[in-house]
Design a protein around this ligand. Structure first.
Ligand SMILES: [Cu+2]
Length: 328
């Protein structure tokens, strides 16, 4: 199976696994953490990180702040995991609340694992489903995200739906720590908020929000072909182009879950600009551009009409190297 065929097969599986109220995702599906992963996450979370969420509660659940604040909060854990050798968990997997809670670590002794300072969750959730309310519908698919009036409408709706999941474990007057300000001390908080953040990222891509991170990177050079990449987000498409009058050409383009790739021939000119034009599901477009100097160009700039006595010229200081003979 070729590399590209494998990628297509993976994407097909990926898409099928998200048919339930989710048309696509920027994060892998949460299937549980290993014991070592659980221990590492708890090492980061328990103590000041839980306390930070409690103290910042008024600010971090204020409408406009809710989604950006929690994105940074998740990124803190992701950066920690990457530095500690757990980059397989970056980006953090997302738990769709319509999926069962995995009956595997991170959960111990039939309860959701939690920090020592947080009250224990009652047992009985492993391998079980909860009522996932509107996450079961198509409310947050790429096309439906375009029906919100604006960011405020979207953010307030998502926050309200998110609240219902935090409260889904409560029974009558008996509340669980998952519906408290200390909820980050329950491990399920992290893949759950990764799922919420994923919907936020989909919204940003569908509407081409100005804060959506877009950048073109040079990947590799193979003789006469150069490869570039730009981030891939679901709910958006990319078309590539190169600005250059000397007919540099795009040879191939493809994508993985994380990136759009493009390979081009850029033999003929000293500089060129690569453009990636994003179009979000809601119809907006945005082009990011980056200029490069071609590594293929090595000739120094020569005078266009050399004086007659300069029939031979060496461009380097020692006058022995890089010499050219002019045909006059
Ligand atoms: Cu929350």
């Amino acid at each position: 199976m070729s590399y590209k065929t494998k990628i297509l097969a993976m994407m097909l599986f990926f898409n099928l696994s998200y048919m339930f109220g989710q048309d696509c995702s920027n994060r892998p599906k949460f299937t549980g953490f290993s014991q070592a992963e659980t221990d590492k996450i708890m090492e980061y979370v328990c103590g000041p990180i839980v306390q930070f969420h409690v103290e910042e509660m008024p600010a971090n659940h204020f409408l406009e702040n809710f989604l950006p604040w929690h994105r940074e909060y998740i990124q803190g854990l992701e950066e920690f995991l990457a530095n500690e050798g757990f980059s397989n968990l970056v980006p953090l997997p997302a738990w769709n609340p319509c999926d069962v809670i995995p009956d595997s670590p991170p959960f111990q002794d039939s309860i959701l694992t939690n920090c020592p300072e947080v009250d224990a969750m009652p047992p009985g959730y492993l391998g079980e489903s909860i009522d996932c309310h509107d996450f079961e519908t198509n409310k947050y698919t790429c096309s439906e995200l375009c029906t919100f009036d604006d960011f405020e409408d979207f953010a307030s709706t998502l926050q309200a739906d998110h609240d219902r999941i935090h409260n889904a474990f409560d029974e009558g007057d008996v509340v669980t720590p998952f519906s408290s300000p200390q909820s980050p001390g329950i491990l399920l908080f992290w893949p759950w908020h990764a799922f919420v953040d994923d919907i936020y990222l989909k919204y940003q891509a569908a509407t081409l929000d100005p804060d959506l991170p877009l950048n073109i990177e040079f990947v590799s050079e193979d003789c006469c072909e150069l490869t570039f990449r730009a981030p891939r987000y679901c709910c958006s498409e990319v078309t590539w182009s190169i600005d250059n009058p000397k007919a540099n050409s795009i040879i191939d383009d493809w994508s993985t879950d994380d990136y759009w790739f493009m390979t081009a021939s850029v033999l003929s000119s000293p500089g060129y600009t690569v453009n990636a034009s994003y179009t979000g599901t809601c119809g907006n477009s945005k082009t990011v551009s980056r200029s490069f100097i071609s590594p293929m160009v090595t000739l120094p700039t020569l005078p266009t009409s050399p004086p007659l006595h300069l029939q031979d010229i060496c461009m380097d200081d020692d006058e022995k190297d890089n010499c050219y003979v002019f045909q006059i």
